[in-house]
Write a protein of this length. Structure first.
Length: 404
């Protein structure tokens, strides 16, 4: 039996490592569109962008590791088409057969057409090269304009402000991260960035983008306001890379649809990471997660299922962020029905935890700068808890979660 992985990101690296760990010693090929071995993406908007680590530090394993593990790593070789009936795929070098296939193509930045066609200095942050180029552009005294106040936009804002840039963030909502965390917690993040000099333009839409004579960029907003900068960074989300799967006839809807075991509509094909729209057995609904932890853990689970484990992927979504001196970890998923209550415990200006609840049940929880809290928070997600006790800082969180 031969196994092929399409995609060269973290889910792919995690999968091939797990396959060898599980004792699979057959043919194993990875097709990666990028010329770098698979790497971690979180450092690209954190330590690498801040200049604290070199870009190469994000690489999971060097090329030598893949050779030692007898993994045929095809860098810079993007898969163009899949023939599921024939069990083959085509790349610029020819046609290659497979018995079982893992799709881990990841996602691509959502584009801002007005910016792309403007001739101005425009940056997106997704790849190692993107991070390297953006890091070089963040110079003291520079004017950086960011469109989008999601996680990537805020992490870039933090890096730019730390580098001494003047930072303006344009966001369509009334607060950063509003859809994800709600107004109460979103205001905490807004205040954090304002304290570091970031200028927010909320409830704003980009009307026009133009290059200036001095090589900068000029944004005209929908209300007529004008913002000048030296660099425009676009961080308005990503879209799963589904074109290959869709052309092959796999079922696609905001990602490649999979069952609880990460198996697609073709029994010989699995999907993992950003591209997988997964039937989550614990949440009771479909979810597509664009975070580091999911790429790692789904890659491992898919590998075991490629070897007939038939294991349901039940892990709850988890992510983290670092902005200035704020470190945060979040676990759970609020879901499309939303929450009816947010419970805070601790000091919102320093160390605290937050819980999103509906009908007395904890949907998600996070901590800020409280690194011992993540395990009890994880244990509380999905449980019905008295909100008064949850918000009472005199009650030990681990005791409340039953993890002591």
């Amino acid at each position: 039996m031969s196994i092929t992985v399409v995609g060269g990101g973290l889910a792919a690296a995690s999968a091939v490592e797990e396959l060898r760990t599980q004792g699979y010693d057959g043919d194993l090929t990875v097709f990666a569109a990028e010329t770098y071995p698979p790497y971690h993406r979180p450092p690209l908007s954190k330590a690498v962008l801040l200049g604290e680590k070199e870009p190469e530090s994000a690489i999971v394993h060097d090329a030598g590791w893949y050779a030692e593990q007898r993994v045929d790593l095809r860098l810079g070789e993007e898969v163009r088409e899949l023939d599921l009936a024939g069990g083959s795929l085509s790349t610029p070098t020819g046609t290659h057969g497979f018995d079982r296939l893992l799709l881990a193509m990841g996602a691509a930045p959502r584009r801002l057409p007005a910016a792309d066609g403007s001739g101005a200095r425009v940056a997106y942050l997704r790849t190692l090269d993107d991070s390297r180029a953006l890091r070089a552009a963040l110079v003291a005294g520079g004017r950086v304009v960011i469109v989008g106040a999601g996680w990537i936009g805020l992490e870039v804002a933090a890096a730019a402000a730390t580098a001494g840039c003047t930072v303006t963030v344009v966001e369509t909502a009334s607060l950063p991260l509003l859809r994800v965390v709600g107004a109460r917690v979103a205001e905490i993040f807004a205040d954090l960035h304002r304290a570091h000099g970031v200028d927010f333009r909320f409830d704003a839409r980009v009307g026009d983008v133009a290059a200036t004579a001095d090589g900068g960029v000029r944004l005209k907003l929908g209300d007529g306001a004008v913002i000048d900068g030296d660099l425009l960074v676009v961080g308005v989300g990503v879209e799963p890379r589904v074109g290959l799967a869709e052309r092959a006839g796999l079922t696609v809807d905001n990602g490649v649809l999979t069952d609880a075991t990460l198996r697609t509509s073709d029994p010989r094909v699995w999907a993992a990471g950003d591209v997988a729209n997964h039937a989550h057995p614990v949440l009771g609904r479909r979810i597509r997660v664009e975070h580091w932890d999911t790429a790692i853990e789904q890659g491992k689970a898919a590998a075991r299922n490629l070897l007939d484990a038939a294991e349901e992927y039940q892990r709850l979504p988890y992510f983290f962020t670092d902005q200035y001196d704020l470190g945060m970890e979040y676990v759970g998923s609020v879901g499309p029905e939303g929450f009816d209550e947010v419970v805070l415990r601790g000091d919102p200006g320093g160390t605290f935890a937050a819980f999103w609840m509906r009908g007395g049940r904890v949907l998600a929880g996070m901590h800020v700068n409280d690194w011992d809290a993540i395990d009890p928070i994880r244990a509380l997600v999905g449980e019905t808890v008295d909100a008064g006790k949850l918000g009472d800082g005199t009650i030990d969180l681990a005791e409340l979660a039953g993890t002591t």
